[in-house]
Ligand binder design. Sequence first.
Ligand SMILES: C[S@@+](CC[C@H](N)C(=O)[O-])C[C@H]1O[C@@H](n2cnc3c(N)ncnc32)[C@H](O)[C@@H]1O
Length: 213
Amino acid sequence: MTSLLTEPINGILDRLHTASLRDDELDIPSLPSDASAQHRADALASAYMPVSAHGGRLLYNLTRFARPRTIVEFGTSYGISTLYLAAAVRDNGRGRVVTTELSSTKVAAARANLAEAGVAELVDVLAGDALRTLGTIDEPIGLVLLDGWKDLYLPVLRLLEPRLTPGALVIGDDSSFASVQPYLDHVRDPANGYLSVSFPVEDGMEISCRLAG
Ligand SMILES: C[S@@+](CC[C@H](N)C(=O)[O-])C[C@H]1O[C@@H](n2cnc3c(N)ncnc32)[C@H](O)[C@@H]1O
């Protein structure tokens, strides 16, 4: 049996996905186009913006198959995608997740959700800007989920690239968004060391395999 379909993870994911439906009712103030990542994170502190249940199951299955020792996630929010990754780590019997989030409200909520789900010991939630927090990881990385602000996918990937293992999977969520294009241009050019495929789940996930170290 999978942790995803058993309690407490199954019920917590149901609850969080249901709560995320209220994102549509939030009154988010419009932000200047040059608003900082922190400003955007604070303005959207109430918004879950999660992967869908289908996207989450894809993340779970990829993680089960790849059996990575270290998974890095950019953009924790309330911890929904992190729970799918952590459930797979638990069922693999090895590995850990390092995830990072700018909003302090969300860091506290995600830590509480992961503790309630019984997977807190499998996950490090790093508070702060991914461009700073993820620079501290010095071990080989087997799987990356990029789901923070879209314009930062490429700088975050470039930061992590020296530590990607050959064969590592890099997953970019919301790949149909125009702001992801510079990232897509990078991973879709084999000269940059990836074989990349667009997967049609929700707003699209780009799944890229690292060919070279
Ligand atoms: C789309 S949501 C993540 C959803 C989450 N992966 C899930 O499925 O539940 C994006 C999150 O990335 C966070 N974020 C954006 N830029 C960031 C940065 N530079 N460093 C850390 N977190 C960031 C935002 O605050 C926001 O909570």
